[in-house]
Design a protein around this ligand. Structure first.
Ligand code: FE
Ligand code: FE
Ligand code: ZN
Length: 277
């Protein structure tokens, strides 16, 4: 089954997101746990969560993907920035257990001039504090474009983090097609080669989700600006190869293209036409 969704607003709760997803042909979705710039999360509503879980089961949803706020940076130089990352992620992990067995994606961090090694050390500190043996949530490291001082634009960096955390089985990777192409992995002309490299460095068994985006910028630009499907430097043929690739097709795909719900509905229609099953 083609597990396909898009980023939705969490403002009206889980049931609303599930209904909205169904109304546009999606069978999963991504959402922010709180304002993407940070701030306090909405209180969990038990009835809303219960209704959502019924809907998700009845319609055989794929895992839903919570996205951490962009401001979460465990490798910041400022102690307050790092504390914020610990507080937000700890709170998000508790909330996630209300919808057990789903995914939580975060941008590993930006080392802000401290160097990649220091950045990685600080990300590991965070994960070793946050991850618990009994949690059901899988935490995903997102592949990044390498904009600014981002950690995680090289597969080797993700591998180092996974290798060195105490509970690596609580971690996976989310592959963002825009970021990865921007980072200098040739998703357009050599998807097989990119996946072979991912497998060699990280292991494809750790790949749990795809952020399906086109890119406004050329290969290797380290920019991170998403484009609508088929309208960017990846193009529809490359996107088609991604959604139909035998090594990827069983994963959940999440659109994060610059769209409102109508635009997502159209992209989902197009992608399901290309891949009906
Ligand atoms: Fe992201
Ligand atoms: Fe992404
Ligand atoms: Zn991005």
């Amino acid at each position: 089954m083609f597990l396909l969704g898009c980023h939705l607003s969490a403002a009206k709760g889980y049931t609303h997101m599930a209904e909205e997803a169904l109304s546009i042909g999606a069978n999963t979705f991504q959402f922010f746990t709180r304002n993407p710039r940070g701030g306090k999360a909405k209180d969990m509503d038990a009835a809303d969560v219960a209704r959502f879980r019924e809907l998700a089961e009845a319609h055989r949803f794929g895992p839903i993907l919570a996205h951490a706020p962009y401001t979460l940076n465990p490798s910041g130089a400022d102690a307050r920035v790092r504390e914020f990352a610990f507080e937000v992620m700890a709170d998000d992990m508790l909330r996630m257990e209300a919808t057990p067995g789903n995914y939580y994606n975060f941008h590993p961090g930006s080392h802000v001039g401290q160097g990649i090694e220091k950045g990685i050390d600080l990300i590991i500190d965070l994960l070793d504090t946050i991850l618990k043996p009994d949690q059901t949530t899988l935490v995903l490291l997102e592949t990044m474009s390498g904009k600014g001082s981002e950690v995680g634009s090289r597969f080797e960096e993700l591998r180092t983090i996974i290798d060195r955390v105490a509970l690596p089985d609580k971690l996976g990777v989310c592959f963002d097609t825009c970021h990865t192409n921007d980072a200098g992995y040739d998703v357009v002309n050599d998807l097989d080669g990119v996946l072979a490299e991912f497998d060699r460095i990280v292991g494809l068994y750790r790949l749990k989700a795809i952020h399906l985006n086109d890119s406004k910028n050329p290969f290797g630009s380290h920019k991170d600006r998403h484009e609508k499907i088929g309208q960017g430097t990846l193009g529809l043929e490359a996107v088609t190869r991604v959604i139909t690739h035998p090594l990827l097709r069983d994963l959940p795909f999440y659109l994060e293209t610059p769209n409102e719900v109508d635009g997502y509905a159209e992209e989902i229609r197009l992608l399901r036409q290309i891949r009906p099953d």
